[in-house]
Design a protein around this ligand. Structure first.
Ligand code: PNS
Length: 169
């Protein structure tokens, strides 16, 4: 039987830390579905779900057993709908633990059959988050090495587009 896992997240945008987790997850399962949350209440999203999905497809095309999708509603329902047996999440530091622990146990409460598997990224990515990447980009810092080059270009373009034009107040 094919062992399928789902790696869910906001991916706003995908970082090299996410890619590290995808690589580890893909080596453990027959198929890894990277699933972008659609019904996010994060008002501050920088990229639309379409844009995030397209960035992920672009950078993950090297993996034969990874596909990118989106989901709405309960994660466990989505995992069941794709025939998945596990949820993959990255765990960077102790600060992630409480939130992840709560989610994992709630998901287990909702569906006993789906396990949550925590994978630790390479040390170099333990401080990395999409939120910090957006903040650094917004403030004009370099995000090189933190996100894939295609994503860096899109971030720079997005920041430029949001700057007030000269002469505008
Ligand atoms: O990258 P993020 O924003 O930390 O990912 C959070 C995500 C998408 C994994 C989480 O918000 C989620 O699973 N949402 C789906 C709603 C759900 O199933 N909630 C109940 C179980 S916690």
């Amino acid at each position: 039987m094919k062992r399928i896992a789902v790696y869910p997240g906001s991916f706003d945008p995908v970082t090299n830390g996410h890619l590290d987790i995808v690589g580890r997850g893909a080596s453990l399962f027959d198929e890894l579905v990277v699933a972008v949350l659609q019904n996010t209440d994060k008002q501050a999203a920088w990229f639309s779900v379409d844009e995030r999905q397209s960035m992920l497809k672009d950078v993950l095309s090297i993996y034969k057993n990874v596909r990118v999708d989106r989901f709405d509603g309960l994660l466990v329902d989505y995992v069941r709908s794709v025939g998945g047996c596990a949820i993959v999440r990255g765990l960077r530091a102790v600060s992630d633990f409480e939130y992840e622990f709560q989610m994992a146990l709630m998901n287990r409460h909702l569906c006993e059959d789906v396990e949550t598997l925590f994978l630790m990224p390479a040390e170099a990515y333990t401080y990395l988050s999409s939120r910090l990447v957006r903040e650094v980009a917004q403030l004009g810092g370099s995000v090189s090495g933190l996100v894939p080059p295609q994503v860096e270009e899109l971030l720079v373009e997005r920041v430029g587009r949001n700057q007030p034009r000269k002469g505008n107040r």
